[in-house]
Design a protein around this ligand. Structure first.
Ligand code: PMP
Length: 359
């Protein structure tokens, strides 16, 4: 008997997807993925080496990660009465939320351009995707959002605050309005919170349909893969059923617990990144033909002539940024650069300046 081929078994929407592309980064100056460029201070590095050397990796991890959650609760001032759910990165949390809500015909609404995984995971989980365009300056079009919400009645609304790839914080009053008029669940994704300072976490007690998501990835711990969701137990109780029991491994639990006891160290690095972000933006703005957008995150979106060509030339000079040209009509000729160390930023700035002069 001949067996069925993958395209006979796998869902049509999955066959049609292209895999999330991560370009090779060996020997590159990596300014494409919003990582923190700094290592941990050596005292912390030594401490976690010691702790992990004694880790019981022959045992499954604590499925509830109780000690880590307690540390997160205190270091991040989680409001009383709110629960925490941990994910293998916040990507996994997005997937859990959508899996839970994907009734036939249920809609996921977000803005465009926005974080690419919202749309991808909507496809994985069979949710109907609705993307509402931002204004050309990447601010929220509140009227259009309110109309879309009332028309589509989305089960879930995801908004990144600050937004990726534009880097801006949306208007707080507009977000409050959106949460108030939404009958469905609103998830505010605060992946870039360490660089923005503003948060909806303290508003959780005000809104029964609000959840707030964070990640440690942008704070210097991208390699650990730890994201978390904060919200009412009535929501998290059900979402927890979809979380695979050992999704946060032993080493991540131990390391994150120790490192989060020194949260001020990580926040200090984020503050340095904020300062260098200002310098980088001033430089980009000074270049002829470059428009740099304001950012509350650890990256800057900028527009320039022949962006795709410049992107390739940067790559040839060992600099990796994100090419967003052609990814959305509002992003024509746009590139996104992550704020690196001052040395990396200087090399990027000088190279870009030379390329613009040559082109
Ligand atoms: N949300 C946003 C807005 C992001 O930009 C990213 C990463 N690029 C994530 C979530 C996912 O982060 P992680 O899975 O590393 O926690």
């Amino acid at each position: 008997m001949t067996s069925l081929s993958p395209d006979q078994i796998i869902r049509q929407e999955i066959l049609a997807l292209s895999a999330y592309h991560v370009p090779p980064a060996k020997d590159m100056i990596k300014l494409d993925a919003m990582e923190n460029p700094y290592q941990l201070p050596s005292f912390l590095g030594e401490e976690i080496t010691r702790i992990t050397a004694g880790a019981h990796i022959n045992r499954y991890p604590d499925p509830h990660a109780a000690a880590l959650k307690e540390t997160l609760r205190t270091s991040l001032s989680i409001p009383d009465g709110m629960e925490i759910m941990l994910g293998n990165g916040s990507d996994e949390i997005i997937q859990i939320i959508m899996l839970a809500a994907a009734k036939p015909g249920a809609k996921l609404l977000t803005v465009e351009p926005g974080f690419a995984m919202f749309k991808m995971i909507a496809t994985f989980t069979n949710m109907e995707y609705v993307g509402i365009p931002l204004r050309p300056d990447f601010s929220l079009d509140l009227d259009m959002m309110l109309t879309a919400i009332s028309h589509h009645q989305p089960a879930i609304l995801f908004l990144a605050y600050p937004n990726n790839p534009s880097g801006n914080l949306f208007d707080e009053a507009a977000l409050n309005k959106i949460i108030q008029i939404s009958k469905g669940l609103v998830v505010i994704d605060e992946a870039y919170h360490p660089f923005a300072g503003k948060s909806f976490i303290e508003k959780l007690p005000n809104y029964p349909n609000l959840l707030v998501m964070r990640t440690l990835s942008k704070l210097g711990l991208a390699g650990l893969r730890l994201g978390f969701l904060v919200g009412r137990p009535s929501w998290l109780y059900h979402l927890e059923k979809l979380r695979l029991p050992y999704n946060v491994n032993v080493i991540t639990q131990l390391m994150a617990e120790k490192i989060m006891q020194h949260y001020d160290t990580l926040q200090h690095q984020a503050d340095i990144i904020k300062q260098t972000r200002t310098k980088l933006r001033i430089f980009l703005e000074s270049l002829k033909g470059v428009e740099a957008y304001p950012s509350d995150a650890n990256f800057i979106l900028f527009r320039l002539n022949n962006a795709s060509h410049v992107f390739k030339q940067l790559q040839q000079r060992r600099i990796l940024v994100k090419n967003l040209d052609n990814s959305h009509p509002l992003l024509k000729n746009c590139l996104r650069v992550t704020v690196g160390t001052p040395e990396e930023n200087d090399y990027f700035c000088n190279t870009l300046q030379d390329l613009i002069a040559e082109n």
